[in-house]
Write a protein that binds this ligand. Structure first.
Ligand SMILES: Nc1ncnc2c1ncn2[C@@H]1O[C@H](COP(=O)(O)OP(=O)(O)O)[C@@H](O)[C@H]1O
Ligand SMILES: [Mg+2]
Length: 342
């Protein structure tokens, strides 16, 4: 029996999404093999040992939906502290055998917590320090993909609001934080006058901002699982949004059931094969491990651009990554087992 620390919440803007994923993992984890220990990180960064039956369900739909979060109680008895030797509650070592950091965004998916696990010599699910950091920061990931012959969307990086657009960038553009996620701070900009406000908005999430050409495209995502020395590369799935959405924004991602995942994506066979091979190339180029979701644009001109790699993709049973794995014949519980056994 392995003690598995399922770590969720965190200080990033994706706190709530992480809780939803962790709640599902706790329910589905094979309890004949693993003993789950639930650790929630509050929005202010304090670590809490939580009952495994904590309810992390989403309630309501649409913009009125209430998302779960790790409560910041005054109760000190469940406070987790850590030092060089690991994690403790009331001075007692939690004796974690493996960590599953179901954390998205900065301080969870960006190599920082992975560095902490390295200090503890603790095995953990997913990409190591460097790959996590590179994939988190789109301004670093894109040149790596490009160097491996994978096309990226033309764009520039800025840390200030005064930008001079190069001649190859034409409206509409996308403005987004370099280290963001869940589409928070991502804005489609149609005119010059919208540019500065969009940069200011994106900078709420990261001082460093990407300005990219808006691509008219089908969004296609591919899941990779690395287990038992093998790679499982899913069929590309197509993100089909309800007409009211101009792009795959936060609401379309989480607050609405209308997104339809079409597997395999309705694009030519040759493009599907190409995307699978590019997904694996990107995974290896960024030195990813365990799991990743690799997102592409298939443009209306038939070009394939990589958009980003998510090293800890959304992980509820209805999230894209587990659905793509399900299509590849690996069900949710089995997927968790494979990730934990490596
Ligand atoms: N250059 C672009 N062209 C077209 N759509 C884009 C572009 N960049 C981002 N988007 C849209 O915004 C969404 C979120 O952007 P993305 O770069 O994936 O950030 P996040 O890490 O928040 O998911 C994408 O899924 C897509 O719908
Ligand atoms: Mg994305």
């Amino acid at each position: 029996m392995k003690n598995v620390a399922i770590i969720c919440g965190g200080v990033s803007s994706e706190h709530e999404i992480s809780c939803i994923s962790a709640g599902s993992v706790i329910k589905a984890i094979d309890k004949t093999k693993f003993n789950p220990i639930l650790i929630g990180i509050t929005k202010s960064g304090s670590w809490r040992l939580l009952p495994t039956e904590t309810d992390f369900a989403i309630s309501g739909r649409g913009t009125n939906a209430k998302l779960p979060e790790v409560a910041d109680s005054a109760d000190a008895s469940n406070q987790v502290s850590w030092n060089r030797d690991g994690a403790f509650v009331n001075g007692k070592n939690l004796k974690i055998d493996i960590a599953f950091p179901i954390l998205h965004g900065p301080f969870g998916e960006d190599g920082t917590i992975q560095g902490l696990f390295e200090m503890w010599a603790l095995p953990y699910v997913g990409s190591k320090v460097l790959a996590s950091a590179v994939c988190m920061d789109k301004s670093f990931a894109k040149p790596i993909f490009a160097a491996h012959g994978i096309k990226v969307v033309p764009g520039i990086v800025t840390t200030t609001t005064d930008v001079e657009l190069p001649s190859n960038l034409n409206f509409p553009l996308f403005v987004k934080p370099a280290r963001g996620g869940s589409s928070r701070g991502t804005i489609k900009v149609k005119t010059e006058s919208q540019l500065k406000p969009a940069i200011i908005e994106a900078q709420k999430y990261d001082q460093k901002v990407l300005i990219e050409q808006a691509i008219t495209a089908t969004e296609v995502e591919c899941a990779i699982l690395q287990s038992g020395g093998k790679y499982f590369v899913s069929n590309p799935g197509q993100i089909k949004l309800a007409d009211k959405y101009e792009f795959y924004d936060f609401e379309a991602k989480y607050l609405d059931d209308s997104m339809e995942l079409i597997v395999p994506a309705e694009i030519p066979d040759s493009a599907r094969t190409e995307i699978k091979s590019l997904a694996l190339r990107a995974f290896q180029a960024a030195d990813c491990a365990g799991l990743a979701r690799i997102d592409f644009f298939y443009s209306d001109k038939g070009e394939i651009f990589i958009n980003e790699i998510n090293t800890m993709p959304g992980f509820t049973p209805t999230s894209v990554y587990p659905k793509l794995m399900q299509d590849a014949g690996i069900n949710y519980s089995e997927l968790i087992t494979k990730l934990l056994l490596g």
